[in-house]
Design a protein around this ligand. Structure first.
Ligand SMILES: Cc1ncc(COP(=O)(O)O)c(C=O)c1O
Length: 367
């Protein structure tokens, strides 16, 4: 295998871009001594809400907690079912189980997101919420999902972990459902130097409950009004968020422009991500579909190009799901996609010559 010419991620070079500001913030906040929650968190929440065009944003410890807190606050618990898709990161489903509810899967469409045409058949009197995931950074088809949710009086928790700044009918993700949840994990388009998460909502009552729930139900240092959890965001992480959120539109533009280079270069060669006139994706992952996926993957690896698969094992076929009673064949499109998808490197620091190398190498493979 040759030396890696195009790594799948390269967080070190992004740090170099922000190094001076981050080091200054670290020194300033370390001297100040307020390490958990604090002013930087409040500021980050304010800026995040502005990006999502929501009334509120709430910093939490990670994206999985964000979903669990959202579900819990919508009244989801034991005896309830929550509908989502089986091709997501394990955390979406883990959060449903965390609140004591049962995950129910619905297959996806060609956009890798919940297929609204299949949704209603899975709703029953135990169903309490739907979690559409904006997978790869492409918004799910929210209009029919919201219509069905309204008809059946269900909460909608948008899993926006991969999709900050994506829009559906001009509305930012996280502002469409009852609640939006975000991960700020180091691999996300907007990320911290460790774990972090954010919750968005326009519902002030839900926001107030979630704000207390993330910090043990405490209304002051010594008094708690209900039992909650510790899912606080660190002040230093929020300071990093405040530095990076300033550059979010630059960061997003670069993801989108790399995606359009791939679109142009690979058109007619492999199956490309779908495009929609009413949805603007942010290409957290750029996923192509090919039948000889493993062969192509090894070919690219030999050329020094690292790729990944998001995700190779659908959730209903994981050992963790064995009690849910699903089997192979239950979600045909998710299963087929899992065999054929390949994520190409995409991050703002990737330069055009690296993108060209990926495109040319894929073309070489097919000719
Ligand atoms: C779609 C999706 N949902 C939920 C999560 C969970 O976020 P976290 O890792 O911050 O807990 C992730 C993160 O990987 C994700 O990609």
């Amino acid at each position: 295998m040759s030396k890696l010419k195009v790594p799948f991620v390269n967080l070190g070079i992004q740090f170099e871009r922000f190094q001076n500001e981050i080091v200054d913030a670290f020194v300033r906040l370390s001297t100040g001594g307020q390490y958990v929650l604090g002013q930087e968190v409040l500021e980050f929440e304010k800026r995040f809400a502005k990006v999502c065009q929501t009334k509120h944003a709430l910093g939490v410890a990670n994206g999985t907690d964000a979903i669990a807190i959202a579900l819990k606050t919508c009244g989801v618990g034991p005896g309830h079912e929550v509908i989502t898709t089986p091709n997501t990161f394990i955390g979406t489903v883990g959060a449903i189980v965390m609140v004591g509810a049962k995950p129910v899967f619905v297959d996806v469409g060609e956009d890798y997101n919940l297929n609204p045409n299949l949704l209603e058949a899975s709703i029953n009197n135990r169903t309490k919420a739907i979690i559409p995931i904006h997978l790869t950074g492409m918004p799910a088809d929210m209009a029919p999902i919201m219509e069905i949710a309204k008809k059946h009086k269900l909460s909608v928790v948008e899993d926006c972990a991969q999709a900050i700044s994506a829009t559906y009918e001009e509305k930012p993700v996280g502002s469409i459902g009852t609640i939006g949840t975000f991960s700020l994990h180091p691999l996300k388009n907007l990320h911290l130097h460790g774990d972090g998460g954010m919750i968005t909502t326009n519902d002030t009552q839900l926001y107030e409950k979630m704000r207390l729930y993330r910090n043990h139900g405490l209304i002051n240092r010594d008094e708690s009004v209900f039992f909650g959890i510790n899912s606080r965001l660190d002040n230093i992480q929020a300071a990093i968020g405040n530095i990076k959120i300033e550059y979010l539109s630059d960061i997003t533009d670069r993801f989108v422009s790399i995606a359009s280079l791939y679109d142009k270069g690979l058109d007619g060669i492999v199956q490309l991500p779908l495009k929609f006139i009413n949805r603007k994706g942010v290409y957290h992952n750029y996923i192509i579909r090919v039948q000889q996926r493993e062969k192509l993957r090894h070919y690219l690896q030999d050329k020094g190009i690292e790729t990944k698969v998001h995700y190779p094992n659908p959730l209903h076929l994981q050992q963790a799901s064995c009690d849910l009673g699903y089997q192979a064949g239950d979600f045909p499109l998710s299963e087929q996609q899992a065999q054929e998808i390949l994520s190409l490197p995409i991050y703002p620091e990737l330069d055009n010559s690296q993108v060209s190398l990926v495109i040319d190498s894929i073309k070489d493979f097919f000719c």
